[in-house]
Ligand binder design. Structure first.
Ligand code: HEM
Ligand SMILES: [Cu+2]
Length: 606
């Protein structure tokens, strides 16, 4: 099958609309399907975020809008009911992490970019790739159905801790809603596994002539390492999901302890342990947060080099640090469980591994800054978002160091400090990576340019909005405000925090509104944007050698041949400030022309 994908003739067989755009096996269409669906889900998750902030900013206020949007049992004359609030929090987290960031960054950018950047015509297994996408909409439908079934959506958060998630009678959302949540996640995990198998095989098997692993663009390295991470971690969650379904419906007791009394009734479950779920969940959960951040790291490395007109600093260190982060992410999950009564010795071990992640993270940050050092920066929208990513990643990473220490974390656990930490380092940083990627590759994806002025306005409003929304959360957490509480103001000691909560809510509304600029720019550019040339950013990687947008099969009759690494920008003796990977070595000189030679042995770093 791999060889079929590699040799099949472009445009050889005419296809109808359905085969071409709906049930397509073309990696680019599948990538765009993943991307577009994720953007729609981002809107859903964003609306849920606004609902959370409405409740926390003005608890008890009767919202006409809420009453209109959610009639029936969800609200009390426009005031969200407590279990509906928890359902909103659960669905917001679940949607943003699994159904927006994972799907957009891996499913979207991975599919679109991997074959193009390695000089292949498609993925190794195009049919499996199509299946991967087509599991995603059913997973969405099953998840969203949880809102409308009896009891509503689950209350147990994106982490679905038992016993709340294990006992249908525990809370309204613990009934059918929780079952749908589990089934939906199971379906989506299968989609991810199909995708990651495809990515790994494709990168290993279908690289064009001259494209050694040490000449892969960092964006492709990031996708490759992410796929390995997904392949090794998601099956653990799949197993846990199935075990939890068994506990709920087949009478097993993996996660439910003996002697539980719910609603005056002694349960028959015996001998399970809720902590087992926490171990299994976080064995996926921590790698998952890196599944969300590695692809943006790749995107940002690419954007900084292209729009800074400089070779990426420390290519090899970049690859190695991504590998180190991926490896370490499997041995730190216990930092989510410091307060679960774990042996202090084990806690210390998890602290050491956790803090060790700061080293490769710092290597990457240093290398990005070194890439920017004395760069001839073009302040495009993509570049602004890439620089913004570095800022957000550092801001969020620093608080990780506090949380990584068990003594400090005992105080911070389950407060807004943790919410601030992961909204900077994961949510916002990943979002900035996504935007940087969209602004950068939009011309290649759709053959048109986005409006740069609107893009820059979008950046500044988003950047300010993110800091205004999430930075004050550190102080809320320091003052002891717990996360996931319906109404923290019920507690005397938290009441003075109310004005700050209003500030955060107002900032988040501004942040949400600013995204409309992006939506407008995206939609308008899609139909009216100026036509994009083949290589509008004057970039070196292979995808910019294909037409914009690339045809089915990507390349004409001949596959591109690669002669160099992707970061030959601003070489002193070259005619232009960029030398595409397909340019024969040595560098075409200003005068005299270049003799053709075989692909040289030189690797990565200059
Ligand atoms: C040096 C780097 C980092 C360190 C030392 C660190 C440490 C920690 C610790 C100890 C916690 C648990 C806090 C608690 O629940 O009390 C935590 C939570 C979290 N971290 Fe990090 N982190 C780092 C980077 C990252 C990155 C890069 C991401 C994502 C891309 C991330 C995403 C998260 C998430 C999502 C949670 C909260 C999960 C939840 O409870 O819902 N962290 N981090
Ligand atoms: Cu973690």
């Amino acid at each position: 099958m791999g060889s079929r994908a590699a040799v099949h003739e472009p445009e050889a067989h005419p296809m109808g609309f359905v085969r071409r755009y709906i049930f397509s096996q073309d990696h680019k269409i599948i990538g765009l399907q993943y991307l577009m669906t994720s953007l729609v889900m981002a809107a859903v998750g964003g609306i849920l975020a606004m609902l959370i902030r409405m409740q926390l900013g003005w608890p008890g206020h009767q919202w006409g809008l809420v009453r209109w949007l959610f009639p029936g049992g969800f609200t009390d004359a426009g005031v969200m009911k407590p279990d509906f609030y928890l359902a909103v929090v659960t669905m917001h987290g679940t949607i943003m992490i699994f159904f927006v960031l994972t799907t957009a960054l891996s499913g979207g950018f991975g599919n679109f970019l991997i074959p193009l950047t390695i000089g292949a015509r498609d993925m190794a297994f195009p049919f499996m790739n199509m299946l991967s996408y087509w599991l995603y909409p059913p997973a969405i439908l099953v998840l969203l159905a949880a809102f409308v079934v009896a009891g509503g959506a689950p209350n147990s958060g994106w982490t679905a801790y038992p016993p709340l998630s294990a006992l249908p009678q525990a809370a309204p959302g613990s009934g059918l809603g929780q079952t749908l949540w589990l089934v939906s996640l199971g379906i989506l995990i299968v989609a991810f596994l199909f995708g990651s198998l495809n990515y790994i095989t494709t990168v290993l098997q279908l690289r064009t002539r001259g494209m050694s692993m040490t000449r892969l663009p960092l964006v492709t390295w990031a996708q490759f390492i992410t796929a390995v991470l997904m392949l090794l971690s998601f099956p653990v969650l799949l197993a846990a999901v199935i075990m939890l379904l068994f506990d709920r419906h087949a009478g097993t007791s993996f996660f439910v302890p003996s002697g539980l009394v719910v609603g005056g009734q002694l349960l028959t479950h015996q001998g399970g342990n809720p902590l087992l779920w926490q171990h299994l969940f976080w064995f996926l959960g921590h790698p998952e947060v890196y599944v969300l951040i590695l692809p943006p790291m790749g995107i940002v490395s690419e954007v900084l080099a292209v729009h800074g007109r400089k070779p990426i600093f420390g290519y090899r260190a970049m690859v190695l640090s991504m590998g180190a982060i991926a490896f370490l992410s499997f041995v730190v999950w216990g930092h989510h469980m410091f307060t679960s009564g774990m042996n202090p010795l084990v806690g210390t071990a998890f602290m050491v591994t956790t803090l060790a992640i700061a080293i490769p993270s710092a290597v990457k940050t240093f290398n990005w800054l070194a890439t920017l050092w004395r760069a001839r920066i073009r302040f495009t929208s993509a570049m602004l978002f890439a620089i913004g990513f570095v800022s957000l990643f550092v801001t969020g990473g620093l608080t990780g160091l506090f949380l990584g220490s068990p003594a400090v974390d005992t105080y911070f656990q389950d407060t807004f400090f943790v919410v601030a930490h992961f909204h900077f380092v994961m949510a916002s940083a990943a979002l900035f990576g996504l935007f940087a990627g969209l602004y950068h590759w939009f011309p290649k994806m759709f053959g048109r340019m986005m409006n740069e002025r609107l893009g820059r306005i979008h950046f500044w409003l988003t950047f300010a909005g993110i800091y205004a929304t999430f930075f004050p959360m550190h102080f809320l957490g320091l003052a002891g405000e717990p996360r996931r509480y319906y109404s923290p103001q019920m507690y005397e000691f938290l009441r003075p925090l109310q004005p700050l909560n209003v500030v955060v809510s107002l900032a988040s509304f501004g942040l949400g509104l600013a995204q409309l600029i992006f939506v407008a720019n995206f939609a308008y550019s899609l139909v009216r944007g100026p036509r994009a040339s083949r290589n509008p950013w004057q970039a070196n990687t292979l995808e910019w050698q294909a037409p914009s947008p690339p045809p089915h099969g990507n390349w004409g009759r001949e596959l591109p041949v690669v002669y160099r690494w992707p970061y030959d920008y601003s070489l002193p003796d070259a005619a232009e400030d960029y030398v595409p990977q397909t340019a024969p070595a040595p560098v075409p000189a200003v005068a005299g022309g270049a003799p053709e030679g075989p692909p040289p042995a030189r690797e990565g770093d200059p």
